[in-house]
Design a protein around this ligand. Structure first.
Ligand code: ADP
Ligand code: MG
Length: 270
């Protein structure tokens, strides 16, 4: 089912000779379940597009539908409700609240979007690899761990659409790999559609679709590795290598994982 439809969307900043076309006539349709990597040089409009999609920013012109409904543009209760019910957004310069522990942060976000549930909050933290760190404050966590708390909080909101801006921009490659795995697995499990912005081409392997922006225009739209059979096998082999490192006893799990991923990839092809 189509989640997002954007038609002729433009966002200009400034006026006259200072006018910047941050987004210039974007057309885009996103289906539920897609995991989209968005690439583009600095200043190409990536953040502006995420801001328009999340209804934080208002386009200068064009149409934007979410599940076939027009998205509210003026600051209003409707707009707040739209964001609360549909959108998770992990900002480029995210900021955890310094006096909340990881668990308290996830509970707070659950509460904002409905009801808090400690058991579920703990299980979401565990799913991003933070078991045992629930009671730590941000100052007691590494950058990668803080990023996982931000991801856990956004998963706890169970958004229909999760947006991430340069999620792993400041992290080393191993932490980046772990975070992208966690994110793509969790989104698949919870049926969350995702758009993540990145500078790092190698992250396309976690995407089912790759978009490229340049000077406010969409210049390319391709199938990502995650949506191809060979990509699924590659990722399964990577997982398997990890497991082997963890001990031969896990070989069984590894094999069934490979088999399932291949089955998934084949059924997606069909
Ligand atoms: N609030 C703003 N006021 C003026 N210009 C802006 C504003 N936000 C973004 N821009 C301009 O719009 C263009 C796209 O910016 P942005 O979406 O942040 O790019 P990216 O995230 O791809 O680096 C840039 O030229 C930027 O300077
Ligand atoms: Mg940006």
């Amino acid at each position: 089912m189509e989640l997002i439809r954007i038609k002729n969307l433009s966002r200009y900043f400034g006026q006259g000779e200072h006018e910047v076309k941050a987004l210039d006539n974007i057309d885009l349709s996103v289906k539920e379940g897609e995991i989209i990597a968005m690439l583009g040089p600095s200043g190409s409009g990536k953040t502006t597009l995420l801001n328009c999609i999340s209804a934080i920013d208002k386009p200068t012109s064009g149409e934007y539908y979410f599940r076939e409904q027009g998205v509210p543009r003026e600051k209003s209760e409707e707009m707040t409700t739209f964001r609360r019910e549909n959108i998770g957004y992990i900002f480029q310069f995210f900021n955890l609240l310094s006096d909340l522990t990881a668990l308290e942060y996830v509970l707070l976000l659950q509460q904002i979007s409905g009801q808090s549930n400690e058991e579920e909050a703990r299980s979401i933290l565990a799913s991003v690899g933070l078991e045992g760190m629930e009671d730590r404050f941000p100052s007691e966590l590494s950058g990668g761990e803080q990023q996982r708390v931000a991801i856990a909080g956004n998963l706890a909101k169970k958004p229909h659409l999760l947006l991430g801006d340069e999620l792993t921009g400041n992290l080393d490659s191993e932490t980046t790999r772990q975070i992208m795995k966690v994110l793509s697995k969790a989104c698949k499990e919870h049926g969350i559609t995702t758009i993540f912005v990145t500078h790092d081409r190698s992250l396309c392997k976690y995407a089912t679709r790759v978009l490229k922006l340049d000077s406010g225009r969409l210049i390319s739209d391709e199938v990502g590795e995650m949506a191809t059979a060979s990509g699924a096998v590659k990722s399964a082999v990577e997982d398997a290598t990890e497991l082997v490192k963890g001990g031969i006893s896990k070989a069984e799990k590894m094999l069934s994982n490979v088999v399932n991923k291949v089955k998934d990839a084949i059924s997606e092809k069909e």
